[in-house]
Design a protein around this ligand. Sequence first.
Ligand SMILES: N[C@@H](CCC(=O)N[C@@H](CS)C(=O)NCC(=O)O)C(=O)O
Length: 312
Amino acid sequence: MGVMIDGVFHAEDPGPDTALDGQFRRATSTIRHWISADGSTGFPAEAGRYHLYAAWNCPWAHRVLMMRVVKGLETAIGVSYARPRRTDQGWVFDAAGDHADALMGARALHEVYAREPDPYTGRITVPLLWDRIAGRAVSNESADLVRMLNDAFPGPDLAPADLRGDIDAWNTRIYREVNNGVYRAGFARTQEAYDGAVAEVFAALDGIEAHLATHRYLCGDRFTEADLRLFPTLARFDVAYHYAFKCNIRRLSDYPHLWAFAREIYQMPGIAGTVAFDIYKQGYFSPSELRNPLGIVPAGPMIDWTLPHGRG
Ligand SMILES: N[C@@H](CCC(=O)N[C@@H](CS)C(=O)NCC(=O)O)C(=O)O
């Protein structure tokens, strides 16, 4: 999938982030600037200034797309969606159509990273938020992007001060055990690494199911950033992770509270428009020597996300 070193793209696969013990470890993001309402960080919250590079199937990009919708920023922040299947050039774009880069006309995301004034070294990942005025990237860390869109732009506050401690605690746990937990199961290179990761995923889901039996949302009565950050994994669970990542002890739809919670979020204004189940399958069932050599995409499962959620 390639890697960039000092601003130059190398198509050779740098190898998975998998250590000798067979465990998958996600590389840390390195572009970490911050948008602020008053512009004191050098990146002011202005409509039309920022452009998001995303992919429908990427759960990290998904949480940023969700916050963009919650804040009503669809016209203020444009988006370019890469094709769901990466190539030896990494994330790529078509010349025209739904998967074209409307901002720069790039044919691969590494061309965008190559425009960074500070020569970039690292993996070529989505999401990436680009500042059109400064001609540089703001950030390629989705957790930061979610929080900065929430804080810098007007609209609903999904991380209110009185709940921030609770939200951050859920975020830390859900990142490790759920959002990235499914990847640790799916990308494990040994039975032991897989066994540990998959057990952790389902222990976490069981815990959240019990919590949601007595709480409307993770942090109580209010829908917060913690709920938003759980959703992308739930949306991909039964169509992709259950089969492609061997997270098959239970399905999302086997958890009455969690499944209703996921449907409630799906049915919130604008959220269904950030979801693309068929594209998730295209992406997660991409040809992979280790996981799916022939790249065949399964037909099912059939799941109705529009069923009434019956909550509240
Ligand atoms: N820490 C990053 C992780 C993003 C990430 O890993 N994105 C994946 C797609 S789901 C990617 O672009 N991978 C390409 C690669 O690692 O070469 C974030 O949360 O923003």
